[in-house]
Design a protein around this ligand. Structure first.
Ligand code: GLN
Length: 544
């Protein structure tokens, strides 16, 4: 049976609970343990799929088609363990299932209440699908004291008791702010936050304290005393220059040792951190740099492109270079000539997105890249817009567009109404279908054309599996016309109905993919498309 580590946060949000959970997972793996990570989110959306990226950052998609919190991306990038539907739950999902059961009559006669019905459902979720796992790391979203997080806090309190002695611990992340006027670090917010937890029956075993300054021993002792934890279990978390240094940094502060101690497990052996040392070395000592423009719609909030940004960093790690990302609002290209913004850019990436705003700018960016031999990487909407660009400017289909933006005279990109799943079953959609959870989601196979650029990038592979999240698709009816104009469809769904990849073969590097390769990239296993794209940008940087 898995041991449970509950991660909570206090004082303020955005302290890095996700990174703490992911790094702790990586450290336990480095000691030979198997881990899984899951996230309990207190908000009322059933999943984050319908939330704006501006609101909630990126939606991370798992192989089994769940639309989840972006922290699951951190978990995968740090541990390589693929997340599943069973690894993210929200209050919305818990309540909708309970209300569904209540309407069906499952609780006939009983009053349905937060305790025990909601808390039991949360506990069931946390315990479910945990066979063969040494450590289950459960992160609770929000901060201690939030009204909406209360049922989750109560559920983990109960679980701690249910699981029995030595089977679960609480790890709490807080902030130790520095007041420059007083010239002091302040421990009071941490004390208050732990007091909040203790008042609901949760005593943290390990306290992780984010701080911009080194926490002197005197303050550590004070935190330990007031919060009722061992002094060695007060772990300072100082800022580091790259998130991939976090596991090593936490290890140096004793996090993994304190966690093992709290479980009563042996901790004498050193973890094997060689792969993290190698990544740190590559990040700290790059042998060159390139500039990549990301032309998108949510560029004001980097979290909206979390996995994308990390996958580009991984492309840099693969090539041992630093990648400077220039975030460019695609609408800009609708007003101005792209050239000003792209002069010293060595590669252009147009990411996924939804809705019409800025799409003409994305089409302009694709045109610029094609005509000027600048490496171009189109992802999902970026692939669709590159196809529309080719349709208009290479195949002479002037009215080419996507029905996502309204009726089109030539719907080169249109709603997918039917597709075959990998297990052979057929999914169907219409204009009337609900928007939540109904896209073509999760892992699907694609067959690659032998000898194509993309097959070369994948090391000669002819069959790949990648994660999808889209409602529209390049219309197969235009395939022949586009091919005649020079577009190569180098990847297709196994039934041949859905174009998955397009490329321009007479270009140094121009590839559009309907799926999201960024979701599977890891620092220790950079995705081949990102490694190759950054490599092509490096070659281009030497030409200009
Ligand atoms: N909006 C497009 C679609 O639904 C692209 C989606 C995406 O980029 N993830 O097909």
């Amino acid at each position: 049976m898995a041991r449970y580590i509950f991660i909570t946060g206090g004082v303020v949000s955005s302290l890095g609970k996700g990174l703490l959970s992911a790094s702790l997972g990586a450290l336990l793996q480095a000691r030979g343990y198997s881990v899984r990570l899951r996230k309990l989110d207190p908000y009322l959306n059933v999943d984050p799929g319908t939330m704006s990226p501006f609101e909630h950052g990126e939606v991370f998609v798992t192989d089994d088609g769940a639309e989840t919190d972006l922290d699951l991306g951190h978990y995968e990038r740090f541990t390589g363990v693929a997340g599943r539907q069973s690894d993210n739950v929200t209050s919305g999902r818990i309540y909708s299932e309970i209300i569904h059961k209540e309407r069906r009559g499952d609780y006939l006669g009983a009053t349905v209440q937060v305790i025990p019905h909601v808390t039991n459902a949360i506990k069931e979720f946390a315990l479910n699908d945990s066979d063969g796992v040494d450590f289950m790391i459960c992160e609770v979203g929000g901060t201690a004291g939030d009204i909406e997080a209360m049922p989750f806090m109560e559920a983990i309190r109960q679980l701690h008791l249910d699981l029995g002695r030595g089977r679960s611990i609480f790890c709490h992340l807080t902030l130790v702010p520095y007041l420059s006027a007083a010239g002091e670090l302040k421990t009071k917010p941490t004390q208050h936050s732990v007091r909040d937890l203790r008042s609901i029956g949760i005593q943290p075993d390990v306290l992780v304290c984010r701080s911009e300054h080194v926490i002197p021993d005197k303050e550590r002792r004070k935190i330990a005393l007031y919060c009722n934890v061992h002094e060695s279990a007060v772990i300072p978390a100082l800022d580091v220059s790259s998130i991939y240094e976090v596991p090593i940094s936490y290890h140096n502060q004793g996090l993994d040792v304190e966690v093992l101690k709290a479980f009563g497990l042996s901790y004498g052996d050193e973890p094997d951190l060689a792969k993290w040392e190698d990544i740190k070395d590559r990040v700290q000592n790059p042998e060159g740099e390139v500039n990549i423009a990301v032309v998108g719609k949510y560029t004001g909030l980097p979290d909206a492109y979390k996995s994308l940004k990390e996958a580009i960093v991984h492309g840099g790690i693969a090539n041992r270079i630093k990648v400077n990302i220039r975030w460019i609002e695609s609408e800009l290209f609708e007003q101005e000539d792209a050239v000003h913004h792209l002069e010293d850019v060595h590669g252009i990436l147009v990411p996924g997105g939804f809705g019409k705003r800025g799409t003409e700018g994305k089409i302009a960016a694709a045109k610029f890249a094609r005509e000027n031999n600048v490496p171009y990487f189109g992802i999902c909407l970026g692939m669709q817009m590159a196809t529309v660009e080719a349709a208009r400017n290479m195949a002479g289909i002037n009215g080419a567009g996507s029905t996502e933006f309204g009726p089109q005279s030539d719907a080169v990109v249109g709603l997918i109404t039917e597709w075959v799943k990998d297990d052979g079953s057929v999914e169907a959609r219409t204009d009337e279908t609900d928007l939540g959870g109904t896209m073509r989601l999760g892992a699907y196979d694609a067959l690659l054309k032998a000898g194509s650029k993309v097959s070369e990038v994948y090391g000669g592979a002819l069959n790949i599996s990648e994660r999808h999240r889209h409602r529209y698709e390049v219309n197969i009816g235009y395939k022949k016309k586009l091919e005649a104009a020079g577009v190569v469809f180098s990847g297709m769904s196994p039934d041949g109905a859905l174009p998955e990849i397009m490329e321009h073969s007479d270009h140094p590097w121009f590839i559009g993919v309907q799926y999201h390769p960024e979701l599977k990239s890891k620092p220790f296993e950079p995705h081949p498309l990102f490694a190759s794209f950054v490599g092509a940008a490096l070659v281009n940087s030497r030409l200009v």
